[in-house]
Design a protein around this ligand. Structure first.
Ligand SMILES: Cc1cc2nc3c(=O)[nH]c(=O)nc-3n(C[C@H](O)[C@H](O)[C@H](O)COP(=O)(O)O)c2cc1C
Length: 232
């Protein structure tokens, strides 16, 4: 399965989140292409709030940085995001990255391809906060229209992978194998769940009735979504 990975930090060997992601990739790649990006290196800027993307995403001042990442995300079957918990939420660079995709939220111009993809969100904390951290990411996945999103949050009771107990590592390995099987079974014939489909129909109604942003309405028209066509 083609996988694009967005790592929330640049830590590798010492990172618990990175090491867990590597185990998932081993199960899921089946020898296929893996494209990896590390934050903040791959996307070092904050959203400036210029609103340009909502009319033409190519006018985003960070378009050149974003293009290789968005291209890789478009081509992937599975998106993997990693995010260690930083004060109960995603690290700032992950939030800054997600902010650049406001225009891809369903009330605006969601990408058709997302409705056929799966996403895996991985978070680790020393003791608490994976739930709120994973929600930071999951909100974007849902509103991007990702068909199926899986979360894997674990408390590692450590500052790095070397200090994680063998018992915990063994449990993670078992859980990773189990969740990987689920993702593999769905691969290739994934359909959006009720929540994503429901949101799509709500937004469709809104585009038809309210015409808030002409660029969004035009986009929905061009996709054929205001008529019979659907992105799944
Ligand atoms: C700036 C910062 C903030 C953190 N905030 C939390 C927190 O709110 N809750 C928690 O349990 N651990 C917190 N931690 C610990 C990390 O989430 C934890 O060690 C995690 O496994 C690190 O992931 P990594 O090894 O992939 O870098 C924080 C660590 C840092 C550096």
């Amino acid at each position: 399965m083609k996988i694009t990975v967005i790592y929330g930090t640049q830590r590798k060997a010492k990172s618990s989140t990175y090491n867990i992601a590597q185990q998932f990739i081993e199960h899921l790649s089946m020898g296929d292409r893996i494209t990896e990006f590390f934050l903040p290196q791959s996307m070092p800027n904050y959203c400036r709030g210029c609103w340009q993307c909502f009319t033409d995403y190519k006018k985003c001042p960070d378009y050149e940085n974003l293009k290789p990442i968005t291209d890789a995300m478009q081509e992937a079957d599975l998106l993997i995001f990693t995010a260690p918990v930083y004060v109960y939420h995603v690290p700032g660079q992950v939030k800054a990255f997600l902010d650049h995709f406001g225009y891809r939220w369903m009330p605006h111009q969601p990408s058709r391809e997302m409705f056929r993809k799966q996403a895996l969100l991985i978070s680790t904390a020393a003791g608490a906060g994976t739930k709120s951290t994973l929600k930071d990411l999951k909100d974007s996945m849902t509103y991007w229209g990702i068909a199926r999103t899986y979360t894997f949050g674990r408390n590692v009771a450590a500052d790095d992978w070397d200090h994680v107990s063998e018992k915990k590592k063994l449990n993670f390995t078992k859980d990773i194998a189990r969740l990987s099987k689920k993702i593999l079974v769905m691969s290739g014939n994934v359909q959006p769940g009720l929540k994503v489909k429901g949101l799509f129909y709500m937004m469709r109604f809104m585009q038809k009735k309210f015409h808030y942003n002409p660029a969004d309405v035009q986009y929905w028209q061009e996709q054929g979504w205001l008529k019979k066509s659907r992105p799944w």
